[in-house]
Design a protein around this ligand. Structure first.
Ligand code: SF4
Length: 476
């Protein structure tokens, strides 16, 4: 994977289980399998005879939880989350989820992956009605929307949730847990992944990625549909749709970079997607070279595809240290720069004297690509041809993926030739948006960070709207 100071951050991961006496333990293993989606904090809340109890904290799943903490989480329902801080905005401590809300109509917890683009407007609307907010989290906003008409006690919770979800705009996968039920909800644009699975004992599980099912021995049942709320309780599962508007604009970065290769996202295996993108990349941008290498880990499948299509041998020219946390978690630029060097090594005996095709998943700011090209050249590579298995990133993401600002995105500032020069590569090519779409045999997909076509209204500030117009014209 493109180890990054590149300001391309993970999303979060959510996991829920209903109907197992071992709910908290299974949730732990589910979150462990989703750890790649967020490493800054995590939490689990379980329900025991209607009472919610939680454990959460900063750090990795295996550092926040131990046997004692897990055994304190009794009950047969649990939901959890792994967090990447900026995804929800605000401070780490206030955003570690699930967040438990106390209300006279019953406590409930929310776990969330995504970002609401109209959060500021809704917050103002609720504050005008008298709500007070303790955090900047979208979770708290949703909880307030769900409870805004609580005085009308005859309204079923599902109707309150439907009404709340119809007020929010953006990309999200929410798990809402009460003392006896889980509601799994996915945005109507289909931007965020959420899958449903079942364990052999009949317990239902729901997770951001299907790789979490494999590890707990659950079978994949289906994806939660865009605009759908699945209620899971002692009746089994029931489906409601909060919107008839429905699209399958899955975030293309899930396939390119975020998701694990063994996950199926919206019916498409991530490894297969990446491998196909590598094949198409070769068709669009062949290179005369001796070996093909991938930047570990998320670029390896595309590199295999490129090698297979080109007939050039695939080699392991870069090795990643397994014991360094992902580079982009390091808070400062100097720490991140050190991180890249500690994390990746070029294999001199493989790349020495060779013309190398280096396949990577994306270029955000260009500083990492430059360093990796240098690493390869210092290890004796005679030429380095960089091939990127995604289009040039020219726009920021407003849906919870921290892809930097226009000013930081190198492809928003420079032409392909200028980027090539900056990263000191012998040649550079990006995959086209057409081939990206073809890689997953998809008809719809969010590619807004490459083409500026955002699938939702963005509710931009005047300043952001001016920037958007300027860069959209430039990208053409
Ligand atoms: S803008 Fe980019 S990162 Fe954001 S959801 Fe769309 S494809 Fe994903």
């Amino acid at each position: 994977m493109n180890s990054e100071e590149r300001m391309l951050h993970e999303e979060c991961g959510v996991f829920g289980i209903y109907g197992s006496q071992d709910a908290a333990n299974i949730c732990y293993y589910g979150l462990h399998a989703l750890q790649h989606r967020g490493q800054e904090g995590c939490g689990i809340v379980s329900a025991n005879e209607g009472t919610l109890k939680y454990v959460k904290g900063a750090g990795l799943v295996n550092t926040v939880f131990n046997e004692e903490k897990l055994s304190s989480l009794k009950g047969d329902i649990a939901v959890g989350q792994v967090l990447y801080t900026n995804a929800g905005g605000g401070e780490l401590t206030e955003n570690i989820q699930p967040i438990v809300f106390h209300h006279r109509t019953g406590d409930f917890a929310i776990s969330y992956n995504g970002k609401l683009v109209n959060a500021d407007r809704l917050r103002k609307y609720l504050e005008d009605k008298g709500s007070l907010f303790l955090t900047s989290s979208d979770c708290e906003l949703l909880a307030n929307l769900i409870k805004k008409d609580a005085a009308q006690a005859h309204i079923d919770r599902i109707h309150s949730i439907i009404e709340a979800l119809n007020m929010v705009e953006g990309a999200f996968a929410f798990l809402i847990m009460t003392g006896k039920r889980i509601y799994a909800c996915r945005d109507k644009h289909g931007l965020k992944p959420l899958s449903l699975g079942k364990l052999k004992d009949g317990s239902w599980v729901v997770a951001s990625e299907s790789c979490a099912f494999e590890v707990i021995g659950a079978e994949f049942v289906r994806d939660v549909e865009p605009g759908e709320i699945i209620s899971i309780d002692h009746h089994g599962i029931r489906s409601n749709h909060f919107s008839s508007f429905k699209h399958r604009n899955m975030c293309s970065m899930e396939y390119i970079y975020f998701a694990r290769p063994d996950s199926d996202v919206d019916g498409c295996n991530v490894h297969a997607f990446r491998k196909e993108s590598g094949k198409l990349l070769f068709k669009e941008a062949p290179a005369d070279a001796d070996i093909v290498i991938g930047v570990p880990d998320s670029s390896l499948s595309a590199a295999i595809g490129y090698a297979e299509a080109s007939g050039i041998p695939y080699e392991m020219g870069l090795v990643k240290s397994k014991y360094i946390a992902r580079t982009f978690i390091q808070p400062s630029q100097s720490m991140r720069e050190k991180g890249v060097r500690m994390k990746l090594s070029a294999v001199r005996s493989i790349v020495g004297g060779k013309r190398v095709v280096m396949v990577d998943d994306s270029i955000v700011r260009g500083t990492t690509s430059k360093r990796i090209v240098r690493l390869l050249k210092e290890a004796g590579a005679s030429e380095v041809h960089v091939r990127i298995a995604s289009p040039a990133m020219t726009h920021p993401c407003y849906y919870g993926v921290d892809t930097s600002t226009y000013e930081e995105l190198i492809s928003a500032q420079k032409s392909v030739e200028e980027v090539r020069e900056y990263i000191e590569a012998d040649s550079l090519s990006f995959l086209s948006t057409e081939s990206l779409m073809k890689s997953g045999d998809r008809c719809e997909m969010c590619m807004a960070c490459f083409d500026g076509k955002y699938p939702t209204d963005l509710y931009l500030t005047n300043e952001d709207a001016t920037l958007y117009k300027r860069y959209k014209i430039k990208a053409k």
